[in-house]
Design a protein around this ligand. Structure first.
Ligand code: ZN
Length: 320
């Protein structure tokens, strides 16, 4: 698909001189586990702006595999918030719960290559064996890597993590390097309860949906190397990544006058204007208050005039 940058027409520059071949596809992939909070609003606005400023498509995918955490009505609540904020999406909404066949296929390919194996370990066993510091994600010590011990029952299925440095250039975070085997070890792709793990599903979905650009909260930066390792094992294309600064202190540290961790309290117009202005401000885009559509249009024009790398860096340590 060929697009030209819309901003160039406005600037009077000949579109012929700047025709570029781009086919950007971005996405927002919320879990329906509760209403949007300010942190997720920043991520969704950032993702929308990155895709739309490049003339790209923007998809919404509901990540509803973890059934124990699902909250009834939450999907509709999130979609209604997107509508009210003017964050329009393209195409049909897909739900991971309806895409099991795709994950089955990917897992079968990993198993056929010897890149996945049965694991009999309980969570407690992994934690004991890894002797991880409190609160840290324990590194899987590889107990079942070479087959299950006699009498053990398979529970989960793990991916055999490559012992190599995975490096990528994040649009916002810069150069990131990680050796997955050393950091997390072989990780779960199908859980003991039979559900597919987030890491596998997201990689399969992004590829199947043609997603070229993943813009999301910085809390997922630490998942990215694992996802790239899976992309390589499955011979899937690697999207570009932009991890926006994390708005919320995970320890609950105070970031400003508001409590950013609270759900967006209401969808009335005044509140939408305030929170949208705050989200855009967090992304370094100062936009006058107005209707959500006008504010997003203005933000788009500002985004087009910048290098992506400058978006989202102004407030990377949060506001005081
Ligand atoms: Zn194991």
């Amino acid at each position: 698909m060929i697009y030209h940058h819309r901003g160039d027409e406005e600037d009077g520059v000949s579109v012929l001189s700047v025709l570029s071949v781009v086919n950007i596809v971005g996405r927002f992939a919320p879990s329906p586990t509760g209403p949007l909070h300010f942190g997720s609003l920043v991520a969704v606005v950032g993702s929308w702006l990155f895709a739309r400023a490049a003339g790209g498509r923007w998809l919404v995918r509901i990540e509803d595999l973890d059934t124990a955490r699902l909250v009834r009505g939450s999907e509709e609540e999130i979609l209604e918030a997107l509508r009210r904020y003017g964050l329009t999406w393209d195409g049909e909404i897909v739900r991971q719960s309806e895409r099991t066949a795709l994950y089955d296929d990917a897992l079968a390919r990993l198993l056929a290559q010897g890149l996945a194996y049965d694991c009999a370990c309980s969570r407690a066993e992994v934690e004991r064996a890894a002797s991880a510091p409190v609160g840290a994600e324990p590194r899987y010590p590889g107990t079942c890597r070479n087959g299950l011990a006699a009498g053990r029952t398979p529970r989960a299925i793990r991916f055999r993590a490559p012992d190599e440095l995975i490096a990528f250039d994040d649009i916002v975070a810069g150069r990131v390097e990680e050796n997955v085997a050393k950091q997390t070890g072989d990780f779960v792709v199908k859980r003991a309860d039979g559900a597919y793990a987030y890491q596998l599903a997201v990689v399969v979905d992004d590829a199947e949906q043609g997603v070229t650009q993943v813009v999301r909260g910085g809390d997922l930066l630490s998942s990215t190397a694992r996802q790239i390792a899976l992309q390589r094992a499955l011979a899937l294309p690697q999207p570009e990544y932009a991890h926006l600064p994390v708005v919320l202190g995970q320890d609950g540290r105070k970031l400003g006058k508001r409590d950013w961790a609270l759900p967006l309290p209401s969808l009335d117009q005044a509140h939408i204007r305030d929170t949208l202005a705050a989200a855009l401000g967090f992304l370094g885009l100062e936009v006058e208050s107005g209707s959500p559509r006008d504010m997003l249009e203005k933000a788009l024009s500002l985004t087009r005039g910048r290098r992506y790398a400058t978006i989202g860096q102004q407030n990377s340590t949060g506001e005081e």
